[in-house]
Design a protein around this ligand. Structure first.
Ligand code: NAD
Ligand code: ZN
Length: 365
């Protein structure tokens, strides 16, 4: 098993990564802030609960912990204030109080939702992340951003709450569909590009189902995310924004496709290609590095060419970029790479540059 520390003074915790470790959930809580707690609310979704809750419940129950399982429907729509209110009520009715703790068992949707419930339930109780997707293991379970969507936009309501620990079991990834598995790897490729270029070699060598190699890759990703979060926990210093590499144009493509039509990671793959182009142009990035990043995305069957569809024409994409919530003075603060593993924030990306970058996405790679 691998352990990656996240050092945030009194909010520090360990990310525990292994294969088949959810069977030992109770044991893995021993050195964490929830160690002595005897009541647990597991929050999961209706895909993950039938697949992976049994070993978690069995482990906790045999350690004398009372467990209740609450599930929400799978999917982004479950990240809602309605579900927050409903989960709080269900937990109150089941007798959970400030001595209880929450386990988020599932992907990023469940992690963000359950984490937010933990942040406000009885003014805050501790929670544990058991992430079961690539996105949640390499990204969302670490860093303490929790929250839900508002009808007006994604992730607009939330709180910072660091988990008590994270238990990332790579065996749970075996039940993911190929498309879900691959899309998560877009974030791993992003991490490699902005912070650990040699991770690209490991990604290029990865075969699905290779648990030791997957553990290694998850651990390296968590270490990258941890370092960035440690330097800028609440996104006040600006450096946490480096995690947005590929996301400015990626988000515009995701939104233009219509949420749900294109997976987040698929849109981000295209956004990364565009950001690499802009990095070569404005920050002097070596094109050979771009090629390696693109090869890694291609290894996971991620799209690199923008389809010729009406929703992806400039008239649809460019206005969305001007509306991006990370915009300043109408123009996005672009994350560019000046060298492998060295991101910078650039204000010098113009509308013309963006149009050019999108045009380039229409050409074959
Ligand atoms: N808090 C953060 O820092 C942060 C960072 C990145 C993303 N996010 C959020 O994470 C969410 C996306 O996360 P996600 O990609 O994990 O999506 P998700 O939670 O919706 O999971 C994707 C799908 O896979 C299913 N699933 C999960 N684990 C499975 C397993 N082991 N086997 C079979 N099916 C499984 C889910 O039921 C769902 O249908 C978004 O809401 C995004 O905003 C948050
Ligand atoms: Zn992302």
């Amino acid at each position: 098993m691998k352990q990656v520390p996240v050092n945030l003074s009194d909010r520090s915790y360990t990310v525990q990564i292994g294969t088949g470790i959810i069977q030992r959930t109770a044991e893995l809580l021993a050195d964490t802030p929830v160690a002595k707690r005897k009541r647990c609310a597991i929050i999961s979704d209706d895909n993950v609960a039938p697949l992976h809750s049994a070993p978690v419940i069995a482990s906790l129950t045999s350690a004398g912990i009372h467990v209740d399982l609450f599930t929400v429907p799978a999917g982004e729509a479950s990240k809602s204030m309605d579900n927050v209110a409903s989960l709080c009520s269900q937990m109150i009715q089941a007798g959970h109080d400030r001595q209880s703790f929450i386990i988020a068992l599932g992907g990023g949707v469940v992690g963000d939702l359950a984490g937010f419930v933990a942040a406000i339930y009885y003014r805050g109780i501790p929670f544990v992340q058991i992430p079961t997707t690539i996105v949640s293991q390499v990204d969302s379970s670490v860093g303490g951003k929790t929250g839900v969507n508002a009808p007006e936009g994604k992730n607009l309501i939330g709180a910072f709450l660091q988990p008590a620990t994270v238990i990332a079991d790579v065996a749970t990834l075996d039940t993911l569909g190929d498309r879900e598995f691959n899309e998560g790897m877009a974030e791993a490729v992003k991490h490699a590009a902005i912070a650990d270029p040699s991770l690209l070699d490991a990604l290029l060598d990865l075969q699905r189902g290779d648990h030791p190699a997957t553990e290694e890759i998850i651990a390296r990703n968590v270490a990258i995310k941890a370092r960035i979060v440690e330097a800028d926990e609440k996104e006040t210093a600006g450096t946490r924004a480096f995690l947005n590499f590929g996301h400015t144009i990626g988000h515009a493509i995701e939104a233009a496709a219509g949420y749900g039509n294109m997976f987040h990671g698929e849109a981000i793959a295209l956004g990364i290609r565009a950001a690499l182009y802009l990095s070569e142009k404005h920050a002097g990035l070596d094109p050979a590095f771009s090629q390696k990043v693109l090869a890694a995305l291609q290894h996971f069957d991620l799209p690199l060419v923008l389809d010729d569809k009406p929703e992806f024409r400039d008239e649809s994409l460019i206005p969305r970029l001007q509306r991006d919530k990370k915009s300043e003075n109408g123009m996005p603060n672009f994350v560019l790479l000046k060298e492998p593993g060295s991101p910078v924030l650039s204000k010098f990306v113009t509308n013309t540059d963006i149009t050019e970058a999108i045009e380039q996405l229409r050409s074959t790679y």
